[in-house]
Design a protein around this ligand. Sequence first.
Ligand code: PHB
Length: 390
Amino acid sequence: MKRFILAAIAAVALGGAAYADTIKVGVIGPFSGPFALQGKNFKAGIDAYMALNGKKIGNDEVEVIYRDVPQADPAQSKALAQELVVKEKVQYLAGFYFTPDAMAVTPILKQANVPMVIFNAATSAIVTKSPLVVRTSFTTWQTSTPIAKVAYDAGVKKVISVVSDYGPGVDAENAFKAGFEKQGGQVVQAIRMPLSTNDFSPIMQRIKDSGAQGVFAFLPSGPTTLGFVKAYNENGLKAGGIKLFAPGDLTQESDLPALGDAALGMQTTFHYAISHDSAENKAFIAAADKAIGNPAELTFPAVGAFDGMHVIYKMIEATGGKQDAQKAVDAVKGLSWVSPRGPVTIDAESRHITQNIYLREVTKGDDGKYYNKEIQTFEKQGDPGLAAAK
Ligand code: PHB
C-alpha cells in the first residue's frame, strides 16, 4: 500500500506538468430555428480556426461546448451562461448573435471570472457593460456611418430610415442620421419596427408615401433581411427608383441566390465579404467551406467566430491555461493581426475591433453567381458609437 501511494505521488510529481488540462469554451448562439444558419456559421468559423491552428495550446486542449438560444431571449441566454459557468466550468464565454443575449450575460462575468468574446452582437454599448467583454465582429455604428456618405454622394438628399426596434437598429438609425446630416442630407422620417415583423408591405407603402428618394434600413441578418429586400423589390420600390442603402447585414452571401436580381446593384457597407481578395481569406474560405459542408451557406458570423477563436487562443496562451479573466482580457488589448477581412486591432481602450469597412455592390459574376464586390475601402474604422454609448 505504502509503495503504491509513493508511486502515485511520484507519478503526479513527475508527470503532473505533462497532464493536459481541458480548457472549456462555452458558445451561445442560434443553432436551431429561423436563425440556425447564423449559428451554423459560428460553428464553421470555430471549426475552421481549430483545423488550421490545432486544438492544443501548450499542454492544454481546447474544448468547445455549444448552447442553443434560437431567437433573441435574454433570460434563456443568461440561464445557459450560468449553467456553462457553474456546471461545465467553462473558462470562456463566446458567441452571442443577438444583442439582448449578450447584454443579459455581462453582469455575471466578473463573479464568474470569465471573459466574454462576442462573435456578432453589434450594439456599441455592450463593451461598456463589463471590462471583461471583447468583440471581434462590428457595430452598426461602425458599418452604418460610411453608407451615409455613399448615399449623399449618390445624389440622394432625402432619406427615410427603417430599422428593427432594438439596440443595433437604434444605433444604426442614429449613426446614419448623424452621418447623413453632417453631409447636408435630411432624414425625413424614422420608422422602428418590432423585431418580429415579417410582413413588410405596409412599411413599403409608408416608404413610398414619405416622398424620400432613398431608404436606409437595418434588420438583423436572417429571414428578416431576406424578407425585407424581397418586399422592397416586389412592392415596386426598386423599379420606382427609391434607392436602398444599408449595412451588409441585408446582403449576406447566403441570401444572394434567393434574392437574385432583386438585390443586383445594391450597395452596402460592411466589415467582411466572402469575396475579399487576400491570401488570409483564401485560407479561411478553404477551411470554412470544408467545415460548413455547403459553401453556399457561408456568411459573415463565421469570420467573427474565426477571429474570436484567435483572441481566445491568445488569452489561453497569456494565462498559461489558468483561469484569470482580467489577465486574459488585458493580454489582447491592442492585439493586431491580419484577419480574413483585412488588418484588425482590438482597441486597447474599448476592447472592440478596429477594422476596414468596405463599400460593396451586389454583382453577378461570370459564373452566374451573385456576390458582394468590394469597390471602396474606409480604412481603420473604430467605433464611432462608443461616445454615444457612454
Ligand atoms: C444584434 O442583435 O446585435 C445583431 C444581430 C444580427 C445582425 C447584426 C446585429 O446582423
